[in-house]
Design a binder for this molecule. Structure first.
Ligand SMILES: Cc1ncc(COP(=O)(O)O)c(C=O)c1O
Length: 514
């Protein structure tokens, strides 16, 4: 490939024969990034959290760079990291009902790499606190984040799904109670759920869990850093934090609404004793004794320092201001949905999510999503599940506020275009195939055939540097952005088949480039 470089046809190889100048390399990364969805500007309603605060990115990047090579493996070797980590945990604790008040619980916590790691560790701590239970189980609402299922899978804990009311989108305390058995080690609830932005009845659920002697984890990964500010702004936020007696642990992601760069979440426990089984220690080898509070052992100080800098720069007044802007943006977007014929809010917004569905069979939500994309609005389609219809999810951040006025007309326009285009018609036989195919019957050949039938063949067969990041001609997101046809196919398939199909597709995408 060095020949390619010599010919000026560099393929973007990660390890060229001869190293390239810094400027050139940065230019390459920038070129690859050009095909990504826009992380800033308030037009991407998932994946990113943008406060649109001038200078904040630069500050966080500088703090990140200064600690990137510091290793969280040993807090005694790098006290700077320990100090910043303790300060972050303290800030999260104080915000969520811990702190130094006389009646405040003795909350402790750890900084993890993200919400998923926090949830896995909450499940691990609950599991390992009950060595008497041979086959532990967790009771989790069906609307709770998929990371609980991942935790159950990784930790070999059985998952008991708790049904939610199809109208309120919340589990009842009675349904939680019914799911608790002698082997239940943890009950979970969300504040709020990611998909719909609905806050579960935490106080009632925690009471049921406490009555059964079971831990109760509140997944506030998404909302833990917004609900307290919204409450201070006068919004009716129900009790969801350590002020609720039965709540034993809470997760809150700083890389979401604390607006820190990615790689930081906080897992809090009501007491040190509740946290103890989260830790892992091992001295049975000739090297250093490994003591890990979290899953990773070597950990970069970068994300922790960046989060620390972000929190200190924004301060309480900054977060309050950003929460107010976000609340107003949510109200404006929800109004736009209410004004659009054929759309209905799936839940009245009570946090920072706007989620809507279609009430008109001629208005296909997945087509609408594509029409919005064509107009520069990147929304997140959600497939139907059980008795819950397909929906469109908008994670709203402060950066959306100045854009709200543009959204309404574009939404109306996109809805009209989607109606004119009509619902997706899958290639003949594909709907029936999707509905009847079992995951086991999915061979790589069949997946390749499906990919080809859906027009994904070229993109997945040869992503190349352009499709990996610079495929402008195939739209934002590169060469494999699932479109309405793919979503319609997935929607027709049962969840187990969706999983298999997407695993196969992602497996096709994740191929080394040489
Ligand atoms: C409620 C909730 N829990 C957990 C997670 C998982 O977080 P992460 O993607 O940081 O692992 C998310 C992510 O959106 C979430 O919204």
């Amino acid at each position: 490939m060095s020949d390619d470089q010599d010919n000026g046809q560099d393929t973007g190889r990660a390890l060229p024969e001869r190293g390239l100048p810094a400027e050139r390399v940065l230019g390459d990364v920038k070129a690859l990034r050009a095909g990504d969805r826009p992380t800033h500007g308030g037009r991407l309603f998932a994946y990113v959290y943008d406060p649109a605060v001038p200078g904040l990115d630069e500050l966080a990047a500088a703090a990140h760079a200064g600690s990137a090579h510091v290793n969280g493996l040993d807090p005694t070797a790098f006290p700077s990291l320990l100090a910043m980590e303790n300060a972050l945990v303290g800030a999260a604790s104080r915000l969520l009902g811990g702190g130094t008040g006389t009646n405040a619980p003795d909350v402790v916590g750890s900084v993890t790499s993200g919400g998923t790691e926090s949830l896995i560790l909450a499940v691990k701590a609950a599991r390992d606190a009950r060595p008497d239970v041979a086959a532990p189980r967790i009771a989790v609402p069906t609307t709770a984040h998929a990371a609980f299922a991942k935790a159950a899978h990784y930790l070999r804990v059985a998952l008991d799904p708790v049904p939610v009311d199809p109208v309120t989108l919340r589990p009842s305390a009675a349904a939680v109670a019914a799911a608790i058995g002698p082997d239940t080690v943890l009950v979970a609830c969300s504040a709020p759920s990611y998909a719909h932005g609905v806050v579960d009845p935490v106080a009632e659920i925690a009471a049921v869990a406490a009555g059964a002697g079971v831990r109760c984890h509140v997944d506030a990964c998404f909302g833990g850093w917004t609900l307290p500010w919204l409450r201070r702004l006068g919004e009716p936020v129900p009790p969801f934090d350590f002020a609720v007696a039965g709540v034993t642990s809470i997760s809150v992601d700083l890389h979401k609404y604390a607006y820190a760069p990615k790689g930081v979440s906080v897992l809090l426990h009501r007491t040190p004793a509740l946290r103890a089984p989260q830790f892992f220690a091992y001295a049975g080898w000739p090297g250093y004794t490994m003591v890990n509070p979290v899953i990773a052992s070597t950990r970069s100080g970068g994300p922790i320092a960046a989060a620390y800098a972000t929190l200190r720069h924004l301060g309480e007044d900054g977060y309050l201001r950003l929460a107010a802007a976000t609340r107003d943006a949510v109200a404006g977007l929800a109004d736009a949905v209410r004004c659009t014929h054929g759309l209905r809010l799936l839940a009245e917004p009570e946090s920072t999510v706007v989620c809507f569905t279609s009430t008109d069979p001629t208005l296909d939500l997945f087509v609408l999503v594509d029409e919005l994309t064509a107009r520069g609005w990147h929304t997140q389609p959600q497939l139907s599940y059980g008795d819950l219809p397909a929906s469109v999810h908008l994670t709203v951040t402060a950066a959306v506020a100045p854009r709200v006025a543009e959204f309404g007309p574009d939404l109306a326009d996109a809805a009209a275009a989607a109606r004119a285009a009509g619902p997706v018609e899958l290639p003949a036989g594909l709907t029936a195939l999707a509905a009847t195919l079992t995951p086991d019957a999915l061979t790589p050949e069949l997946v390749a055939g499906l990919a080809a039938a859906l027009g994904l063949g070229a993109a997945v067969a040869d992503p190349g540097p352009a499709a990996a990041g610079g495929g402008a001609e195939s739209g934002p997101g590169g060469g494999f952005a699932p479109d309405a046809t793919v979503n319609a196919l997935l929607d027709a398939a049962p969840p187990a088949l969706r999983e298999r199909l997407l695993v196969e597709f992602v497996g096709l995408l994740q191929r080394p480039t040489y």
